[in-house]
Design a protein around this ligand. Structure first.
Ligand code: HEM
Length: 130
């Protein structure tokens, strides 16, 4: 079955966080760096993926700025992004297959790559702003 609607994204994200939260490499960001309330967080993350996969104009926040804030609390390294992408792709493959499932995996990797570049490698002033 492919990812077709908001309910499917909700299902995907619940399965993803079930892997992320106990994860030895990145779980502490959700439990110690911040204490994430999953039920409050899920609607935002589902909005984000509805926007990314279906072009629905729902997610209006700045995800890079939110991760910049996390990065200042506890510095991200390459391994955190690698693990995040790995768990995301694993979760998609366990539950879905098809065009949108492939798109989700591609977008997860490309957004993670851009986010990593901005947070880890982009020096102040590089493109005119931090
Ligand atoms: C190093 C890997 C990552 C870690 C450890 C991580 C961790 C987190 C944490 C702890 C939050 C909650 C922040 C808060 O509520 O204050 C969050 C929010 C979020 N993350 Fe990540 N993240 C990572 C990578 C990514 C990537 C690659 C994406 C997108 C493809 C992403 C998308 C989001 C979104 C959409 C939110 C919600 C932002 C909002 O509240 O508007 N994350 N992340």
């Amino acid at each position: 079955m492919d990812v077709e609607n908001r309910d499917h994204i909700d299902q995907l994200m619940r399965a993803f966080y079930a892997k992320v939260i106990p994860d030895a490499v990145i779980g502490h960001y959700f439990t110690q760096v911040i204490q994430m309330d999953l039920e409050k967080h899920l609607p935002m993350i589902v909005d984000f993926w509805e926007t990314v996969l279906f072009g629905v104009a729902k997610y209006k926040s700045n995800a890079v700025a939110i991760h910049q804030h996390l990065h200042e609390k506890s510095a991200f390294e390459d391994k955190h992004f690698t693990q995040w992408v790995k768990l995301f792709q694993l979760t998609v493959d366990e539950l879905f297959e098809g065009e949108k499932a492939e798109l989700a995996k591609q977008r997860a990797l490309s957004i993670a790559t851009v986010m990593k570049f901005k947070l880890l490698h982009q020096q102040q002033g590089y493109f005119g702003q931090k």
